[in-house]
Every structure is written in structure tokens, then in C-alpha cells.
Design a protein around this ligand. Structure first.
Ligand code: G
Ligand code: G
Ligand code: MN
Ligand code: NA
Length: 251
């Protein structure tokens, strides 16, 4: 339909662009990582958030070129930060859809982009939304290839899927991102946030708490054992230039 051709055009003409949200260390507030988040600068509707067009892109297959644009552009920007700034984040998180992982040449594409931009594979984390990871099927082999290259795999919105333990058992995973519904329920005992960090530690996984909006949430997550977190309390997604200022210590 019309939206489909407009989105295809937007990818081709670079009307899609990236914002970056800091992932910070709960111990010292330093920038530990950044998550790349795509936006579409639509000619009539203005800047659109991903939940308005990622489902269309997934249905139509446009997620394949869109995801490749995102990965390439995020690596290009990350390489610039790493080259010029001592306080560059240690890791780059990029969201990826199962549909992209089912492309036979996905791991080759990733290896090529890392080489082109001179980014170390070990500094890149691929995020897969937990509820979608159920349809990985044969794409699990691609995850193994990506890990063999040195990339890390993260389960996003962790705790919202319906077969969490099955997935942790069947999928090669390095990180879980605690869904913000659990982060934001941290008043009182925060049993899910506590159980997830214990599970992560038992399995040797890194855990990130998403959607931290208050200093109380940050403190509670830190005391539970989370080392890194993300959320409006620290920073919203911002354009690359604004994150560069963060790295130079400018106000
Ligand atoms: O930026 P925002 O909070 O609106 O992002 C909403 C969701 O859209 C994110 O949680 C993420 O799962 C998804 N998303 C953002 N950028 C990308 C992307 O580049 N590729 C894919 N597949 N999903 C993305
Ligand atoms: O990949 P994921 O779906 O987790 O993407 C993060 C999304 O969550 C982005 O669209 C971002 O704008 C949003 N987000 C990030 N931090 C917060 C937060 O503290 N609160 C809320 N409500 N949303 C957040
Ligand atoms: Mn994410
Ligand atoms: Na997500």
C-alpha cells in the first residue's frame, strides 16, 4: 500500500535516522553503553516513533533493508565516538527483528559492516524482543554464528515473554533487559526485579534494567545487584550530537 512505498522511499532516501539512549553504570553514573533507536522523519506526519512503522516493516520485509541501514549507521557513529572520545560508551546496543535473522546472509552482512567501520564485535550487543524470540526457529543458528564472531545477544523487554525459561535454555543469550513494567514496580520488595537479577547471575548473564524513571528505582535496582540501567531518569533518547556533548563533558 501507500505506507509501504513511502517507507521504502524513506529508507532509500535516508529519511530514517537514529537516536541514542544512554545505558549508565548504577555505581558511578558513567556512560556504559548506548542503544540505537530508529525514527522516521515522515514528510506529512513529522518524526514517527518505531512502534508506528516497525510492525509494517516486519510484515512487508522492509525490516531487512531498514535493519541493515540501522546497523550500518549505528556502527559508523559508534566508531567515530570510539576514535575521538576517551569517555565513549563501551558497548553499542542495536535492536534486531527475528525476520532479519532469518536472512541467510545476515551474519556475513554484520561481519562486513563491523570491518568497514572498524568496530570490535565484542562491543556490539544485538537486542531481540523476548516475545518475538519465540519465532526464531532456524534463526537460532544465525545467533550462534553472530556469537562466534564475538557479538553478544540480549533479550529485550525481558519477563514479558511466555516461555522465558525455555528461551534462556534454547537460545544463546548473554544479556537480559528487565522490562520496564518490573523496573517500575520496585517500591516495596520488587520480587520480579530481584528474581531476574538472581537468575541472570546464576546463568552468568549481564542484566540491564530498562525504564528507570526515579532516583528511588535506580537505588533499589543498584542495591538488588543491577550494575547498569536505562531510562528517562538518566536520559531520553537523544540525537548523536547531544550524546557527543555528554562525552566531551559539555553542559
Ligand atoms: O524509541 P522507542 O522507545 O519508541 O522504541 C520502541 C521500540 O521499537 C523499542 O523498544 C525497540 O524494540 C523498537 N525499535 C527501535 N529501533 C529499532 C530498530 O532499529 N529495529 C527494530 N527491529 N526495532 C526497533
Ligand atoms: O528496545 P526497547 O523497546 O526497550 O526501547 C526502549 C523504548 O522505551 C524506547 O522507545 C524509549 O523511548 C522508551 N523508554 C526508554 N526509557 C524509558 C523510560 O524511562 N520510561 C518509559 N516509559 N519509556 C522509556
Ligand atoms: Mn531495545
Ligand atoms: Na524492544
Amino acid at each position: 500500500g501507500d505506507d509501504h512505498s513511502q517507507l521504502r522511499e524513506a529508507i532509500a532516501t535516508k529519511r530514517c535516522f537514529l537516536m541514542y539512549q544512554p545505558i549508565v553504570s548504577l555505581d558511578d553514573g558513567r556512560l556504559a553503553g548506548v542503544e540505537a533507536l530508529v525514527r522516521w522523519d515522515h514528510p506529512e506526519h513529522g518524526v514517527l516513533p518505531p512502534d508506528t512503522f516497525i510492525p509494517l516493516a516486519e510484515r512487508t520485509g522492509l525490516i531487512v533493508p531498514l535493519g541493515r541501514f540501522v546497523f550500518d549507521e549505528a556502527c559508523r557513529q559508534f566508531a567515530v565516538w570510539c576514535e575521538h572520545y576517551e569517555d565513549a560508551p563501551a558497548v553499542l546496543n542495536v535492536n534486531v527483528s527475528p525476520r532479519e535473522l532469518r536472512e541467510a546472509d545476515y551474519a556475513d552482512f554484520v561481519a562486513g559492516a563491523l570491518t568497514t567501520h572498524g568496530v570490535e564485535a565484542s562491543r556490539v550487543v544485538l537486542e531481540i524482543t523476548e516475545s518475538l524470540a519465540l519465532d526464531l526457529g532456524p534463526a537460532v543458528a544465525t545467533l550462534h554464528r553472530l556469537r562466534a564472531l564475538g557479538l553478544r545477544i540480549s533479550l529485550d523487554d525481558f519477563g514479558t515473554g511466555s516461555s522465558t525459561l525455555r528461551l534462556l535454555h534454547d537460545c544463546p543469550v548473554d544479556e537480559v533487559k528487565l522490562d520496564r513494567s518490573f523496573t517500575q514496580a520496585t517500591h516495596g520488595r520488587a520480587p520480579v526485579a530481584a528474581a531476574v537479577i538472581q537468575l541472570a547471575q546464576a546463568l552468568g548473564l549481564h542484566a540491564v534494567a530498562e525504564g528507570v524513571e526515579t532516583p528511588e528505582q535506580a537505588e533499589q535496582l543498584r542495591s538488588l545487584g543491577y550494575s547498569t540501567a536505562q531510562g528517562y531518569h538518566f536520559a531520553r533518547p537523544v540525537p548523536a550530537a547531544q550524546l557527543t556533548e555528554w562525552m566531551t563533558g559539555a553542559p
